[in-house]
Ligand binder design. Structure first.
Ligand SMILES: [Zn+2]
Ligand SMILES: [Zn+2]
Ligand SMILES: [Zn+2]
Length: 968
């Protein structure tokens, strides 16, 4: 048993908690109740602190000191590991395959058991042994005459005749030049140039006879030694037929000479090693290149009018102006004609150069004797290559950043995104190259390797290869199966980890941890069900059980009902948020929690008032149609969103929801309605945009990264509060304007921390540390400013209030109350007005944005687009959010949301279900219609779960008491 006594960090009220070891415990409670504080800031922080203390003093100095857990005692602690949702890796070199160690085993597999193939399509070039070469030649009919020759690489810089004489001096008599046998002592008068000569020196001539097998073997050895592993044989059989054969013992293509040419090591297959990386893109697979569309953003302009945006000042001046005029004269280009009216050829000449052609241009140079004009002929490279070179060589980051506005990341044209050198990218194992494997998704890779292991014969593996490959195959299969279990089968192995959602990154970490088979640890997970479809939650739970069953304690912070029901032990923190929370309101089995009648218990029991399933959808005022959606995995879909209704887009992870809603719909609406510079993903068209005058996209990106951005400033409540403070008699007497009460500017803020309340202390060898400002004690303002009070509270006291407290405090100030009410409506009554935006979760940030929009006057012609608005919400808060959505729709607006929460989907007017699976198995419209219709459709995962959910709701209504207790 893990026993915690007197935990009092943040809002925890000196609570005592027991967490059973080797069990799955869910810590739950309404948003802001203190469950994260208990799990992360207390259990995990203390476990990590003890773990760090076991390390040497040397190692400790690099880790920093974890925050004080503020707890009287903890017993039974073990090393703690947090499986967070933070996307740690931002480097483009980190892929799903590398971060899971699968790539390490693939490298071993390809180095040990891979078969080299010619990168130019000449087939298998895995070398034979010299015995195999001799055996193969010996199989020719007896009496066959053989010429054995070793390829020689002619030196193109040297005269070929001279090189042939050199061979004669070495003691050779004959050679083959471009397939023709020649006598080295009597060279022909005409010789090819060294550059296009294919030269082989003849080592031996012999006749195939069974009793001369040894002589053949010796000659083959000699020839291969001279030819660095290559041998060219000319055969003349007794029946008068002739043939040429090429052999190699190193992995070099006998036809074109391409190949790996060395013993392969795992490092050869690393795109982070100079041995393996494609030299053009340095193993990135992509290159930042100037995009002609961005370089010439407005083709209505002429060159002289500034069409080429790469040029920042007058296009007719400086070197570019001289070049442009020279090109105009030479090719007859009209520099004053709109770009789009120029011929394709003229546009190409300006942007990409004139190749080898010499162009006469006039250059003015000045020195002490005066200016002189010179005329010279030079090659023109083109603006795009010139500016690209500038970007590459510039030492000035500002200039580079400016040019990057015209650049786009494109696939490397040398390796085609393979990241590896061509010869290495051509090596195959069981028929596939390493880049081909990396392009598979986890489900397909699992299937491929399972098939290889089950029937190695059909993949052409020799018994030797089979044996070498077995250990690596086992490790790969293991890791793939864990990833499959946590529901990530749709992720491609070469997907960059920087592009994963927080939930996906967390599940990769979970799978990796299962793979390490660590025992006796405490794992802490924060809301692992975020972004998961009900089907995938079930899989995730199996993984958590697995982690537990190998002997670990698993602690999960979670709101999801399915997860809470599956827990061995539940700790419910509450009863409310902030000051009203921080206590253990229930603890025990899920049934115990139901019996306790807490908000969580009531949600589990289905007693939070009647859960509604929308039986009759609200009538649509019109349709918004996305036609031919083909972005990412979408399969040319036509999708309709009813106007004046609430539409939910559903489907398993990777099914294409985000591609449709964020990638196409949101971007297209923003660019059409707000002229935003957003490029929508591939689609044929959108109809019905004219029914809206505003599109509001509320996503989970952070609302600000500095301590200066707070929920109150973001929603506009703080502006009203500052104006109120400026109108107070004392402010008037002192001449304090609203500016005085800003911590971002003006004379009111603390001069030491400039209103941040914190100062950054630079530590020599450690990360910078933020400390409370000593001058203002974190209050952000100077003493005079703090003396102005409204109803007994200073401006600093106001910033320390929760939204709930502030609503009461400013009940008579409409300008402040409206945005504060909006924050409360979206379930954020527990956040503090001055809380740094950096401390908000993605879900909280999304709701702050939503609140800011709610506080604005609605036009009734607005379309709201949400990305999983229920993330991080307790079931009691989800209900509040549904009320907000219904209010928006009642006012005539349209709401579109990506959603997994069944209680929200059941309340939509229209459900658009994508899938059926993720990745390549998804991208289709599986079902659409009102919730009841989707629940009845076959082949839809969402439909199946929705049907189950609706049945549950009906059962509960039958058994629930007539007056259901309400959540607090
Ligand atoms: Zn070849
Ligand atoms: Zn490349
Ligand atoms: Zn200060």
């Amino acid at each position: 048993m893990l026993s915690i006594a007197g935990a009092r960090k943040h809002n925890l009220r000196s609570i005592d908690v027991d967490i059973p070891k080797d069990r799955l415990t869910v810590i739950t409670g309404v948003s802001g109740s203190g469950k994260s504080t208990l799990a992360m800031d207390t259990v995990f922080a203390e476990g990590q602190r003890r773990f760090v203390e076991c390390l040497s003093a040397y190692a400790r100095q690099f880790l920093g000191r974890p925050d004080d857990a503020q707890v009287e005692s903890i017993s039974g602690l073990a090393p703690a590991i947090a499986i967070s949702q933070e996307n740690a890796s931002r480097t483009p070199r980190s892929l799903v395959a590398t971060s899971t160690e699968i790539y390490d085993y693939l490298r071993v597999l390809y180095a040990r058991a891979g078969r080299p193939f010619c990168p130019n399509g000449h087939g298998d070039i895995s070398g034979m042994t010299s015995t195999q070469v001799a055996d193969d030649l010996a199989r020719s009919p007896a009496g066959t005459r053989l010429v054995l020759a070793a390829p020689v690489e002619p030196d193109p810089g040297q005269d070929l005749r001279e090189q042939l004489r050199g061979l004669l001096r070495e003691g050779f008599v004959r050679a083959r030049l471009n397939g023709e046998l020649i006598d080295l002592a009597a060279l022909p008068d005409e010789l090819a140039s060294a550059e296009d000569a294919r030269l082989e020196v003849v080592i031996d001539r012999l006749v195939v006879r069974p009793d001369r097998r040894d002589r053949l073997g010796d000659s083959v050895e000699l020839t291969l030694a001279r030819g660095a592993g290559r041998l060219a044989a000319q055969l003349a059989t007794p029946d008068g037929k002739t043939a040429d054969r090429a052999y190699t013992t190193s992995a070099i293509c006998p036809q074109c000479g391409a190949g790996v040419g060395a013993d392969l090591t795992p490092r050869h297959f690393s795109f982070n090693s100079y041995l393996g990386a494609c030299p053009a893109c340095d193993g990135l697979g992509t290159l930042l290149q100037i995009d002609p569309d961005l370089a010439v953003p407005d083709p209505k302009l002429s060159y002289a009018g500034g069409a080429v945006a790469l040029i920042e000042s007058d296009p007719m001046e400086h070197w570019w102006g001289r070049w442009a005029k020279a090109l105009a004269t030479h090719f007859g280009i009209d520099l004053y004609r709109p770009w789009r009216d120029l011929s394709e050829e003229h546009r190409r000449l300006l942007l990409y150069g004139a190749g080898e052609e010499l162009i006469e241009s006039r250059w003015v140079s000045s020195n002490e004797t005066g200016a002189s004009e010179s005329v010279s002929k030079r090659k023109w490279e083109g603006f795009i290559p010139l500016f690209a070179r500038w970007h590459e060589r510039s030492q000035n980051p500002d200039r580079q950043r400016k040019l990057e506005r015209f650049m786009r990341t494109r696939e490397c044209n040398r390796c085609g995104g393979d990241r590896l050198q061509p010869a290495l990218a051509a090596v195959r194992f069981a028929g596939l190259t390493l880049p081909q494997i990396l392009r598979l998704d986890i489900a397909d890779a699992t299937e491929h390797f399972a098939a290889v292991s089950a029937d190695p014969d059909s993949f052409g593996l020799s018994p030797n290869e089979r044996e070498i490959a077995a250990p690596a195959l086992r490790e790969i299969a293991n890791r793939l199966s864990f990833l499959l279990e946590v529901g990530l089968g749709y992720l491609a192995l070469d997907r960059r980890t920087a592009t994963l959602s927080g939930g996906e990154a967390q599940r990769i970490r979970l799978a990796t941890q299962i793979g390490t088979r660590l025992v006796g640890a405490i794992y802490v997970l924060d809301e692992p069900t975020i972004g998961l479809h009900a089907r995938d939650i079930e899989r995730l739970l199996r993984s958590l059980y697995r982690l537990r069953d190998i002997g670990n304690t698993v602690i999960v912070i979670e709101h999801d009902e399915q997860t809470i029901r599956a827990a061995d032990h539940v700790i419910d923190i509450g009863p409310g948020a902030g000051e009203h929370g921080g206590e253990v309101v229930a603890s025990g089995s899920p049934t115990d929690v139901i019996d306790a009648g807490t908000a969580t218990g009531n949600a589990l029991a289905g007693l939070l008032g009647p859960t509604k399933v929308r039986m009759l959808p609200r009538p649509a005022r019109g349709q918004l149609r996305v036609l031919g959606a083909a972005h990412n995995n979408l399969r040319d879909l036509d999708v309709e969103f009813p106007v004046g209704c609430f539409g939910a887009v559903t489907g398993v992870s990777g099914s294409g929801k985000s591609s449709l809603v964020n990638g196409i719909l949101a971007r297209a609406l923003r660019s059409r309605l707000h002229r935003a510079n957003a490029r929508p993903g591939a689609h044929a068209g959108i109809e019905g945009v004219e029914q809206f005058d505003k599109a509001i996209v509320v996503d989970q990106s952070p609302i600000g990264r500095s301590a200066r951005s707070t929920p109150a400033t973001y929603v506009g409540a703080f502006d009203a509060i500052r104006q109120l403070f400026a109108r107070l008699p004392e402010s008037r007497a002192l001449g304090f304007a609203a500016r005085r009460f800003s911590f971002n500017e003006g004379a009111g803020r603390c001069p030491a921390c400039r209103g941040e309340g914190q100062v950054r202390v630079e530590m020599q060898f450690l990360a910078d540390v933020e400390m409370e400002c000593e001058v203002c004690a974190g209050r952000r303002f100077n003493q005079q400013t703090l003396r102005v009070l409204y109803r007994g509270a200073s401006i600093a006291d106001v910033l320390a209030m929760t939204v709930e407290e502030a609503r009461a405090h400013f009940a008579n100030v409409p300008g402040a109350k409206r945005p504060l009410d909006a924050l409360a409506d979206v379930g954020l009554s527990y956040v503090r007005l001055g809380q740094s935006a950096r401390t908000l979760s993605g879900g909280e940030a999304q709701r702050v944005k939503l609140a800011a929009e709610l506080a604005r006057p609605a036009t009734g012609r607005t379309i709201y687009i949400f990305d999983e608005p229920t993330v991080g919400l307790h079931p009691a808060d989800v209900r509040e959010l549904l009320t907000v959505i219904d209010r928006l729709v009642a006012d005539g607006n349209t709401v579109v949301a990506i959603e997994h929460d069944l209680s929200v989907i059941a309340r939509a007017d229209w459900v658009i279900d994508l899938g059926p699976e993720g990745g390549a198995g998804g991208g289709d419209l599986v079902a659409e219609g009102p919730p009841l219709a989707v629940a009845g459709s076959t082949g839809s995962h969402t439909g199946a779960w929705l049907a189950k959910f609706i049945q549950q709701v009906r059962d509960r209504h039958r058994s629930a008491p007539a007056t259901a207790p309400q959540a607090s």
